[in-house]
Design a protein around this ligand. Sequence first.
Ligand code: GCU
Length: 647
Amino acid sequence: MDHAERIYSEYNAWLQPKFSLEPKALQISASSDVDFIHQECRLGLIRLWGGIQESAEYTLRLKVDDLEHEGFSLTPLENGYEIAGGSKKGLLYGVYRFLSRLAGGESMEKIQEHSAPQVDYRIINHWDNMDGRIERGYAGHSFFFRNNKFDYDEERITNYARLMASIGINGICINNVNVNRVSAGLIAEPLLSDLAELAARFRPFGIRLLVSVHFDAPMIIGGLTTSDPLDEGVMEFWKAQSAVVYDKIPDLLGYLVKADSEFRGGPEEFGRTQADGANTIAAAVAPFGGVVFWRCFVYNCQQDWRDTQTDRPMAAYKHFQPLDGKFDRNVILQIKNGPLDFQTREPVSPLFSSLKNTNEAIEFQIAQEYTGQQIDLYSLAVQWEEILTTEVDKGKQLKSLLGREILAMTAVANTGDNMNWTGNTLAQCNLYAFGRMAWNPELTAKELIREWVRVTFDTDEHGRRTVEEMLLKSRGIYESYTAPLGIGFMVNPSTHYGPNIDGYEFSNWGTYHRASLEAIGIDRTSKGTGFTLQYPEPLQRMYDRIESCPEELLLFFHRVRYDYKMKDGRTLLQYIYDSHFEGARQAEDLLQSWEGLENRIPQETYHSVKERLKLQLLNAREWRDQVNTFFYRKTGIDDEKGRKIYR
Ligand code: GCU
């Protein structure tokens, strides 16, 4: 095996041989302008088959054809096979899809597919800081930066680019949305040249870079005394600086901006609107075809817990909905999937149904900040499928807006310098599922989990089924022992792992449960904070009425007495107890199921996942006991089934 081949295999999770595949004697035919793709295809096949024997009798043809721009088709032919792409990029995606299906154990003659992505922008957002730490990173350090410099292993970057392209990712933002004074300099020399070098490494893989920029860059790097977006000097700064940037990186996808959010400067500091801020920066990149992804995560993080009028989930809508239609064409508003912050259960952000004349991006978080931190098992695909199939407007599911109003699917990365990319091998499934779902939102969690398991584990049917079931159930399990029914948070402040029921109760972050002796939750109905009014009818009414509110969101929308009767007749309190006892028990099942796979899974993976499942069990028990004790102490009512609650 030569060096390139070895490297090809080393990290690339789902393009590795998992089955002993029959090598095929074949010839790869391609025009010279797709040399790079030809080489990728060759390397992939060599990895899968251990070599290629040249034979003119069977031809694998690679060609650019008249298909959708990024689309591809995979077609078996008599005495041959054809991979066609609507462009070089499409062809590359076709090659990876073909290799991936082969790696999943399918035989070439049976692989047939025609596919094109539903959204134009499929983007990974790294929250990497230039000192090498990753905000909310659970898989090691940054593989881009160290000591406030670019510092990377070239082969790892190539592998990463390949890994991302193989699931259809076409944009990567390499630095944290929380830009500091150092990373603010990424759009100026000397860092800009390094950024350009990195961009060149991603380019062959059809991936364009994005950079998070500092709203106060005019002051930090431009030496101005203001960042007011309507100030002439500020506008000039953005234009001139962007010209410098695009001169170095002509295909830079654009900028990502977190403004007026969690202590970041923004237009509102100058009495300007979000549109003023976004448009000034967008105008600067427009001549170069650049895009500005402007985040909507704007809320008051200095709230007084005594203030019951301010309701954090309402904030994004209040800031952005009145500006619908006021954003330039190359601005894309980047909206977190829910109105709060990546909790296990939230409704879909009301901005998706209310913005009609604005380009939108939906932002997910693959990094498991609130969802187990890559220790506890949590299949995000299950949650994303629910989100994408949620009704957002008169019978329309969220996914029907993809490619029309929602032009981009973006997600916070869960990767780091850990050898297996994601720390917990099973967390790779979330990364894989994100790319595939961004490409084709019709894919179900079940299908995606199955695909990933097939291309990842060389094990028998029992082994595959076990891992699939564990993944499919994992989200429900985690939700049930943490903070279910949409109540959210109750986590340790700042780390966001482990229980701390009142951890955020008297803080200024706006995330309160307001549990009393009788009831819990915030009344977000039209009679309460009015949050439900941000949804169109009939959703407004559905969420407003406790009888029609989806039960899994009960405590997101309503303040509910502990003796409230749930649909199955249990009291809310009993539901809480049951959920926590059951969740912790199921965490035990997860560990047991995994233990049944010893010798069916590579030793290293087996042991490292097992260690995590053991930690998960401790975490689940801690949640169970703290939550149950908390509610027992509030109510004095015991568990009907007499299970152990600490008093
Ligand atoms: C969360 C997270 C922060 C992050 C922020 C964001 O609040 O805890 O680390 O910066 O989201 O999305 O900007």
